[in-house]
Design a protein around this ligand. Sequence first.
Ligand SMILES: Nc1ncnc2c1ncn2[C@@H]1O[C@H](COP(=O)(O)OP(=O)(O)OP(=O)(O)O)[C@@H](O)[C@H]1O
Ligand SMILES: [Mg+2]
Length: 252
Amino acid sequence: MNTSLLSATKDSIELRGVSKSFASQKVLERISLTIKEGEIVALLGASGGGKSTLLNLMSGLLPADSGDIVIQGVPARQFQHWQRIAYLFQEDRLLPWRTVEQNVHFGLENSALSKQERRRRVADALTLVGLSAFVHHWPHQLSGGMRSRVALARSLVVQPQILLMDEPFSRLDPQTRGSMHEELLRIQALTGMTVVLVTHDVEEAVVLADRVVILKPQPGRIHLEATLHLPRPRVATHPDVNEQIRLLRLEV
Ligand SMILES: Nc1ncnc2c1ncn2[C@@H]1O[C@H](COP(=O)(O)OP(=O)(O)OP(=O)(O)O)[C@@H](O)[C@H]1O
Ligand SMILES: [Mg+2]
């Protein structure tokens, strides 16, 4: 039996009729969305549309008011998410008093892994993001792109099956952003993890995602879902990629 084919079609994240309000403000209204294992999904939409709230619900940090959120077959709030889900916030949240290596190690400090295994994982994660030569540097000695890589390594060190990312590259210059995109795609292909990426940038969504989901605000609901069949690597200047970007921009 080909298990890789079987696992490729398993559900990773399932939301069924999920609603969420803050005080009297309805932020998300009956969201239903199924994300497959190993899929890269980009969430796009106007500010205040509930994108970050949706990631908070998926991560189990926030309870839904109604509806079901199921992560790999288990209700989100019961999920042992520290070992399976990594959540990469928009700001890098590095600890300035810790070196690169110590910052990445932080991701494992609640785990039951042996000291040796933790050390190995930290080294592997830093190699994955191309920072093995900078393990003893301090955050203030790094460029913005390098800091983003450290934050990514800190997420990867738990070897997550699901990576939730909230606009992680929005503050980077275009060149650094491009290399972070390549890095993410390379690591995703290597690990097969599921990625949910929030972005304001249609181009970023089209370059990275298997599927794009556009939310509309007040209350946040799914306006459009589009599966992208474009071959990789995708370059924004390629006519097919460019046309997809143009079409989706009309919808956001
Ligand atoms: N903890 C909270 N308490 C009260 N209101 C909240 C809370 N979190 C979010 N909101 C409100 O919910 C709405 C959606 O917020 P959310 O952060 O999910 O939007 P977003 O799509 O991520 O926006 P942006 O693109 O600006 O990051 C906003 O109106 C926001 O003010
Ligand atoms: Mg947000």
